[in-house]
Design a protein around this ligand. Structure first.
Ligand code: GMT
Length: 391
């Protein structure tokens, strides 16, 4: 299969999922063309069958806002013509699904080509951005015209049905996946020492520090926890709410126990050293970082909200509190940390649960769904994808 994967190149989960999927499909002998405004941050350029195409953005002075979607549409048209791309797989609907649809219209009308469209909805493209009035109509139109829609959780298909009137049965749930070779339990003694957390509890939060992550709840729950025991909070990543979080830590008298680590290439070393992971979002479609934490044997503490209950098994691989109950987050975490046997059982259960999200079987599901678009007659019921691979 010849595939174009359109995504954001950034440190966020949708870029990670798109890049790792592209790399794995290329390893399986599909020809994969990645399209974005920058090289994605986990992209391995030396890999066979894998190509990166940068969208050149025009900066003509007349434009107050650069029309990126048009440049992207042109790039998709070129790729289909020059490389015989059969499927355009957009990650995050806005503006990728719209650009892919426009490209298909041009290709159909002018060249008689019929490229297939797939889109993986990731989260805020449905729950926050997509429902903004200025995006809504075109988002609904473009996602309805995809040949395949996938989402990482049942919760996100329900939200898509409610907000965009797309029946949930018309979407395929393919959960996010984790590299269990990289994210696995390991001794975290050295990292704890480096973070000044020796002999103390270590709580970690990883995100893009956008309002949707509710970082204020991370800090206030940590302050509640510290009333019961000595602990350090590691904040990994960066984004608009990081400063606010640090100011709140100051105001609550816990700033000296907070380590702001920025973006890390060796994220797994911090997760391996951590006792628990905080993710208090209310509209998290999946929570890839929570899966990566569990894979490292680190239980997750968050709210019973969004897609998180599909990733974290309450009371088994973590604790899910009622929404917005930050005191519950802090005090139930303290209970857990004061009970080493229960914590150890949760650590073991967490890494076992992550095995359900191992990369290979989940890529199989993507591969099959995408191949079915191209060879519906031959491949959909087959167990092997060889029909779909071009020599
Ligand atoms: O939707 C977003 O806000 C961005 C997106 C990203 O690029 O990080 O995150 C979403 O996609 C991830 C990968 O599928 C999921 O793990 C995140 O839960 C999801 N974020 C939200 O739903 C807030």
């Amino acid at each position: 299969m010849r595939l174009a994967v359109v995504c954001y190149p950034t440190y966020g989960g949708s870029g990670v999922v798109a890049t790792e999927l592209a790399q794995e499909l290329a390893r399986r002998d599909h020809q994969v063309h990645m399209v974005s405004y920058e090289r994605p941050f986990r992209f391995d350029e030396s890999q066979e069958n894998l190509f990166f195409h940068q969208v050149e953005v025009s900066d003509y002075p007349l434009f107050r806002y650069q029309p990126y979607s048009l440049n992207l549409t042109n790039k998709i048209i070129e790729l289909v013509e020059e490389h015989g791309v059969e499927v355009v797989h957009s990650h995050y609907a806005i503006p990728h699904a719209q650009a892919a649809w426009m490209a298909r219209e041009v290709l159909r009308e002018e060249r008689g080509l019929d490229v297939k469209l797939a889109c993986t909805l990731h989260g805020t493209d449905i729950t926050l951005v997509g429902i903004e009035r200025s995006f809504y109509e075109l988002t609904r139109f473009a996602i309805q015209r995809q040949d395949l829609l996938t989402a990482p959780s049942h919760w996100l298909t329900e939200k898509t049905e409610t907000e965009f009137q797309i029946p949930r049965e018309d979407m395929v749930v393919i959960p996010n996946f984790v590299d269990l070779g990289r994210f696995r339990p390991a001794d975290g003694t050295a990292k704890r020492r480096e973070l000044g957390a020796e002999g103390r509890a270590l709580v970690t939060h990883v995100s893009n520090f956008r309002p949707v992550k509710r970082v204020q709840d991370v800090v206030s729950a940590f302050a509640v926890l510290r009333q019961r025991l000595d602990a350090v909070l590691a904040l990994v990543g960066s984004g608009p709410d990081l400063d606010m979080a640090l100011r709140l830590a100051d105001a609550l008298g816990v700033r000296e126990h907070v380590r702001a680590l920025g973006k890390l290439d060796d994220l797994e070393t911090v997760l391996q050293a951590s006792d628990v992971f905080f993710l208090p979002s209310l509209v998290e479609s999946f929570g890839l970082a929570a899966l990566e934490a569990q894979a490292c044997g680190c239980p997750v503490i968050g709210y019973r909200a969004g897609g998180l209950p599909e990733v974290v098994e309450d009371q088994v691989t973590g604790i899910l509190c009622p929404e917005k109950e930050d005191v519950c987050l802090g005090s139930l975490t303290a209970d857990l940390l004061e009970n080493p046997d229960r914590l150890q059982a949760m650590r073991v259960a967490s890494s076992r649960r992550a095995e359900l999200f191992a990369t290979a079987p989940i890529i199989d599901r993507y591969e099959k769904a995408l191949c079915c678009l191209v060879h519906a007659d031959r491949v959909c019921d087959a167990t092997s994808m060889t029909d779909c691979v071009h020599p």
